[in-house]
Design a protein around this ligand. Structure first.
Ligand code: SAM
Length: 280
């Protein structure tokens, strides 16, 4: 096998350290280092960047990121069994890999990293969406990260890049596309992973925009979008009735037909409605 570094192949690492995959931790490992190097390249030029990786596991993507030139990597891993394997990688790339044994939902990456920061991860499916929503809804914009290169179940990836009118369109698409450029850059079959998951996966690359595409108060926009899609089969004048007594007029003033359903409304229209509601 063509090596991207001088460390042992991942199958050997897994056998040496007894890293049998645990379903509860969403462990579906990538063992092909050429593939992990390819995913690392999809994150863009990392030479001047710190990189945050969630869930390095046995370290396939971590090795890809380091071999492809990431300046420094912070890898947050919940499963302590992976730490010896990750220490070997840290030793092979002196001063460039820091591993934190903890829950990515609780560790503050800014205590360890300096901007510019890129985030790259083959995310555990059980916390992937929650992490993405957090990264997309910080208190201030621009966020602490410049780009996100993230592996999700394909169905989640499709929800992130979905366009109005499609079944996958919803809160995730609007949150992602309001302040970032989002694109599916790679699709992988279950067989690319060990053990193979039930469904295909896809890598989404998101680049933070300096400013939102359309002005709106984030909290108001999030509330409007959440209400609209919580009852996505209802007409908007009914789904959003709780927002304002004269919601019908406000929808019309925002260029939205009150009888439309959420999934046909564009990002621009949702932002116009959020501005209208905020002006109450
Ligand atoms: N990056 C490795 C790869 O591509 O082969 C492993 C990816 S695997 C899909 C997800 C990894 O996230 C596992 O190593 C798992 O232990 C870890 N993990 C699960 N929940 C986590 C959490 N809350 N915080 C940090 N790591 C977590």
């Amino acid at each position: 096998m063509a090596g991207i570094d001088t460390l042992p192949p991942l199958r050997e690492v897994i056998a040496t350290h007894g890293l049998s995959a645990k379903k509860a931790l969403g462990q579906n490992f990538l063992l092909d280092l050429n593939l992990t190097a390819k995913i690392a390249r999809l994150a863009g030029d990392m030479s001047g960047c710190d990189v945050l990786e969630i869930g390095p596991g046995p370290g396939g993507l971590t090795r890809g990121l380091l071999a492809e030139g990431a300046h420094r990597v912070l890898a947050i891993e919940k499963d302590a069994r992976c730490l010896p394997a990750l220490s070997e990688i840290a030793a092979a790339y002196p001063g460039r890999l820091e591993v934190v044994n903890g829950d990515a939902l609780e560790v503050d990456p800014l205590a360890h990293l300096t901007p510019p920061i890129r985030i790259a991860a083959n995310l555990p499916y059980n916390v992937g969406t929650e992490l993405l929503v957090r990264w997309l809804t910080p208190d201030a914009w621009p966020p602490f990260w410049d780009s996100l290169t993230l592996m999700f179940q394909k169905e989640v990836a499709e929800r992130i890049v979905a366009a109005p009118g499609s079944k996958a369109y919803g809160r995730l698409a609007l949150l992602a596309q309001w302040r970032a450029e989002a694109e599916i850059v790679l699709t992988l079959p279950p067989g690319a992973f060990t053990p193979p998951p039930k469904v295909s996966s896809a890598v989404v690359h998101l680049t933070a925009l300096p400013e939102p595409r359309y002005p709106a108060d984030p909290k108001v926009l999030e509330r409007v979008v959440a209400m609209a899609f919580n009852q996505r089969r209802k007409m908007l004048r009914a789904a959003l009735r709780g927002l304002a007594p004269d919601i019908q007029d406000r929808l019309e003033a925002s260029g939205i037909k009150p009888t439309d359903r959420a999934e046909t409304v564009s990002l621009e229209q949702f932002c116009a409605l959020a501005r209208n509601i905020a002006a109450v």
